[in-house]
Design a protein around this ligand. Sequence first.
Ligand code: PLP
Length: 419
Amino acid sequence: MTTIQTARKAQVTSVFDIERIRADFPILKLQVNGKPLVYLDNAASSQMPQQVIDRLMRYQSTQHANINRAVHTLSEIATNEFEEARRKLQHFIHAREEREVIFTSGTTDAINLVMHGYGRKFIGRGDEIILTTLEHHSNIVPWQMLAEEKGATIRVVPVNDAGELVIDDYEKLFNERTKFVGVMHVSNALGTINPIKQMIAFAHAHGVPVLIDGAQAAPHMPVDVQDLDCDFYAFSGHKLCGPTGIGILYGKTALLERMQPFKGGGDMILSVTFEKTTYNTIPHKFEAGTPPIAAAIGLGAAVDYLSAIGMDAIYAHERSLLHYASEQMARLPGVRIIGTAEHKAAVLSFVIDGVHPHDIGTLLNEEGIAVRTGHHCAQPVMQRFKLPATSRASFAFYNNMAEVDALIVGIRTVQKVFL
Ligand SMILES: *Cc1c(COP(=O)(O)O)cnc(C)c1O
């Protein structure tokens, strides 16, 4: 280990105090069905620390007005706070410029923006779009709508039995008709961390831009969009300790400038006459109408909170949770983990022989344990594993080892009831 690594490690261990972190989250004090809440549905939505709740309250009680329009004091404050939040997000993902950060209503909205703004302008008849078997529906359906409208074709990267993308097959899909690649950074259904840097480099060697669905990565690991060299990167605030109704689309300036607007309306124009409308510059060209100002400022507070803990420390803690939980679960007879990729984030999808996933979720809930059951908005990957559904425990940095133990005890209880 170099001195820097040693120093960093020491810093990580000293800063990461799990019980102090847990104390920041009021919801973790709840009882559900008479048991302490064990919240393991973080891949669907994460919880908010008091710092973010307080920030929202301060904005609403002392700073709220519409932005960009008036000269009065409150409007100026709100505008400054909103733009300050954009800068916080810029630094969080290491974007080169703040205008590369567009506020959307979430990952789904961000991907639809790229489909309308880029896809409808630059993808045509006979062109090909590469997606993967792992994708969330929100990175499939918009591209299917585009393909149907334009007469384009979708090509799909397969996955192996561990839930990893088959990169040889990905590379074989490229030809002169390939115009776009959409791939998720981390799988919400299986936890697989995809080798996106390598995939992006390969696509760029063929002159093809790449959109990364980062909904499950941004909350769990450091993200550096310049290092990845991705063209677009999308994620949601509500999975990142922020509010619902807010998300981010990062896009490279050169691409955003060539794109057409997605939604028309106020704020996205410079001038309007019935003869001709001139669009505003980026990012405003893509932010029509009054944005979710409070949510954007809340998300800014959320990334401040996460950055103070450190995304490296968060990643390290979640890795130990994943290792511990995987080991414990592997020891349970009749329980099978779905998704055993070498590089995995803290998502554990599993099935129990003889028990329907829905019943697992219901019985765990009786123990106060929140997991998700179903297809996780990723039906193609469920079909790949010939499963209608799985149960999924997904961890956040505020989960602890005792909660893993509670999950394992909960699964044993489920097995006793059914077997
Ligand atoms: C949650 C999720 C989405 C959709 O996010 P919304 O906030 O619902 O728009 C897209 N992709 C992945 C991988 C997700 O986990």
